[in-house]
Design a protein around this ligand. Sequence first.
Ligand SMILES: NC(=O)c1ccc[n+]([C@@H]2O[C@H](COP(=O)([O-])OP(=O)(O)OC[C@H]3O[C@@H](n4cnc5c(N)ncnc54)[C@H](O)[C@@H]3O)[C@@H](O)[C@H]2O)c1
Length: 417
Amino acid sequence: MMATSTFQSVCVIGLGYIGLPTAAFVASKGINVIGVDVNEKFVNRINAGEVPFFEPDFAETLVDVVGRGLLTATTETPAADAYIVAVPTPFNDKHELDPSYIKSAAEGIADKLSGGELVVLESTSPPGTTEKLADYLISLRPDLTLEDGQPNSLYFAHCPERVLPGRIMVELASNDRMIGGLTPHGTEMARELYATFCTGELLLTDAKTAEMAKLTENSFRDVNIAFANELSVICDKLGIDVWELIELANHHPRVNILQPGPGVGGHCIAVDPWFIVAAAPEEAKIIKAARNINDAKPGYVIDKVLAKAYRIKNPTIAALGIAFKPDIDDLRESPSLAIVERLAGELEEGDIRVVEPHVSELPSRLAQSSNVRLQGTLEAINEADIVLVLVDHTKFKSIDRALLEEKIVIDTKGLWR
Ligand SMILES: NC(=O)c1ccc[n+]([C@@H]2O[C@H](COP(=O)([O-])OP(=O)(O)OC[C@H]3O[C@@H](n4cnc5c(N)ncnc54)[C@H](O)[C@@H]3O)[C@@H](O)[C@H]2O)c1
């Protein structure tokens, strides 16, 4: 197959929060999309038109493209004109990228290539990863080349994702995208692919800069949240209301302090800065300090809760929220979940009532704890001695404040300030 400016078929590898909506958006433009996932249950549910995770307003689009035969899911990587890789990119115990998911995606692609294809890495990755992916594919297929313009050329680009879970249907199309190819033709092919469904600006660069830019965005957020979290600890010590403090300071026309919380969660902000630290350990001083400050916040909250709980006989703690941020069901890297898990282990007597309106059952580790159960909001608060706010879900904002009289309230999100 020669390099082509039109994509007849696109294969999306990894059908999670990012890959599946991306596959559906491309398919909604009339392009034949094959989605690949190692999770057979996901594949079956997708082929039945079911969204395997919570994302508002997405089901309609998925049902439409599956119903029209434009999107099919499978566990086997097929031949395609373009591949979009959206597999997990977690870090290992040294806070370095675990490349195994990307490598396994590449192994699936390798023997399907005939030359002329585009491979886009969407997964958030350390600088240089797209190049390593390309080198790995060429090592598996030495008959192909990374040089532009040959019949056996392979083209590569990095195009990181910036969507906010819960707003994917809006942001996947409208966000500006960075597109960084390994070669100019790779950049151009990727621009053409994303132009099929992106209405935001397509910002062209090289692969390494695109990789670093995505990490930089999340590190910027992390450093600023660390500043707010550090302030919250300082304010506790000095007897100052941190929420009032931040509100006052933010009246300065050029100050915009973020809100503190129980820690930083999710698979992006709590992970991505480590890739910069790993790439430049001597130089990334603030970025590393911010990670450590944010990672220490759950422990600080736990100590605060236990100090109150130890003064009560058989304390009941209502923990409001275990998702990693408001109004979603995503528990990955959630500091709130980590807090409840550790509290469950450290609480000598009493119990914890988890209130999480976005899940129907507790994750397995918590479900096995004899002193933890999932409960409705009112029941949990009524029976609690300590009300611990961990997530500012919109549903919690309307809780009648009168219910909190006589309760010890530890509000890590300033929900009722
Ligand atoms: N979720 C977000 O908000 C978000 C935002 C920006 C960037 N990202 C990045 O996008 C990437 C994907 O994130 P996600 O949230 O979609 O992850 P996810 O865990 O929801 O989905 C990943 C999917 O990949 C599948 N998978 C794993 N290995 C595979 C393989 N070898 N072949 C085929 N499928 C495989 C898994 O079964 C899973 O369904 C990550 O690098 C993440 O950092 C995520």
